[in-house]
Design a protein around this ligand. Structure first.
Ligand SMILES: *[C@@H]1O[C@H](CO)[C@@H](O)[C@H](O)[C@H]1NC(C)=O
Ligand SMILES: *[C@@H]1O[C@H](CO)[C@@H](O)[C@H](O)[C@H]1NC(C)=O
Ligand SMILES: *[C@@H]1O[C@H](CO)[C@@H](O)[C@H](O)[C@H]1NC(C)=O
Ligand SMILES: *[C@@H]1O[C@H](CO)[C@@H](O)[C@H](O)[C@H]1NC(C)=O
Ligand SMILES: *[C@@H]1O[C@H](CO)[C@@H](O)[C@H](O)[C@H]1NC(C)=O
Length: 326
């Protein structure tokens, strides 16, 4: 392991078992180094898509009880035709929008009004079963298939999930109860999972009560996660905040996370599956993070990290109540 020496660094955490070259800075109140390597990507796309629609144009009703899964999927399927014509934005108006899992498309922005709440359905059938991740070989909660995340995207380019601090509420209680009782047939859904995608931004939202992990970019590149407030009860199981997993070039910044598990967990697959998939997480910067995770880490490396972790920088991190730094 290489450790840079710098008078501006206030504390260096020793990290064991990290593959590749890991440089972990743990600085408080210090400006970033002169290198601008981390600042190459900025997406302003959310405000300039050529086409837009509201979920209420597709039969959606934000009354907290109508199931809107079909409305969301119909809206996004319709908007996907504009991917080569300037892209599109789906607006979610004020209201409580109950929905099961739906899939995103490319050159697309999902935008939540500040008074919009997406409510994750408590009906398991509203979450299609999908294959385990190739780098894990099995689900984390159970063998075999796993439930698709509430918001899911696969093989996409340029996808933005944002809003004026609108809320996504996973209504995780039911899932936590089943998990604790050992009654899950399949692995719990995440709140947001984006797989095999490039140019991904998740910003300016409040995420609460995820059934399991909150934000899971996996096999992605050029990922920005910014301005999120993530809240879960500190005793809720596996409610990790943000889990960059086998991703290249990821920036996580200006997030406030209260979690029953790690605030950020850097991953790259599990045992022989992770080794044979061989996709490390690399070029990751985490800054201006505030974390409350009384039973877990501020930034965990692993536990699943069999594909390796390289080039991680963390700076300007505030831990209010955590078991460990990393
Ligand atoms: C989303 O896509 C996955 C395949 O990537 C599919 O299994 C699932 O059924 C889709 N979900 C919906 C709601 O259409
Ligand atoms: C759960 O969702 C499935 C599929 O959408 C539906 O057929 C079923 O009626 C729902 N169950 C309840 C209790 O709402
Ligand atoms: C998604 O991308 C992966 C990796 O590039 C590829 O193996 C898979 O076939 C793609 N799936 C679809 C539906 O395009
Ligand atoms: C977003 O909403 C959360 C929850 O109400 C709040 O704690 C947070 O300060 C808000 N963030 C911003 C930037 O307004
Ligand atoms: C997020 O909110 C901040 C503060 O309100 C705003 O300056 C910024 O443009 C927003 N960013 C995105 C990507 O929506």
């Amino acid at each position: 392991m290489e450790l840079w020496t710098s008078a501006r660094r206030s504390k260096v955490i020793d990290v064991r078992g990290v593959l590749g070259v890991l440089v972990l800075f743990y600085t408080i109140g210090v400006e970033s180094r002169k290198s601008v390597k981390w600042d190459y990507f900025e997406y302003g796309a959310s405000s300039c898509r050529a086409h837009s629609a509201s979920v209420s144009d597709f039969g959606g009703v934000g009354d907290g009880t109508t199931v809107n899964t079909k409305a969301f999927q119909a809206a996004i399927d319709h908007l996907s035709q504009f991917s080569s014509e300037g892209g599109s934005l789906l607006y979610v108006p004020p209201g409580r929008w109950l929905t099961g899992s739906f899939n995103l498309t490319s050159y697309f922005t999902l935008y939540l009004d500040k008074d919009a709440v997406l409510l994750g359905s408590e009906n398991e059938s509203e979450y299609p079963l999908i294959e385990p991740l190739p780098s894990y070989g099995r689900g984390r909660d159970a063998d075999g298939a796993r439930y698709s995340s509430l918001i899911f995207g696969k093989n996409l380019t340029d996808v933005v999930i944002t809003g004026a601090n609108g809320t996504i509420d996973g209504q995780g209680e039911l899932w936590w109860t089943k998990f604790r009782a050992g009654k899950l047939d399949y692995t719990r859904p995440y709140l947001i999972e984006i797989m095999f995608s490039t140019d991904v931004q998740i910003s300016n939202l409040t995420l609460i009560n995820s059934p399991s992990w909150n934000v899971h970019p996996v096999y992605c590149s050029n990922v920005v996660v910014q301005g999120l407030t993530i809240l879960a009860p500190v005793k809720s199981p596996n409610t990790d905040g943000i889990n960059p997993d086998s991703c290249t070039n990821t920036r996580i910044q200006d997030c406030y996370i209260v979690s029953g598990d790690d605030c950020v967990a850097v991953k790259s697959g599990w045992d022989e599956y992770g080794i044979s998939f061989g996709m490390p997480t690399k070029q990751l910067v985490i800054r201006r993070l505030t974390c409350i995770s009384p039973t877990s880490a501020v930034i965990a490396l692993g536990s699943e990290m069999s594909g390796g972790i390289e080039d991680v920088r963390a700076e300007d991190i505030t831990a209010i109540d955590s078991e460990s730094g990393c």
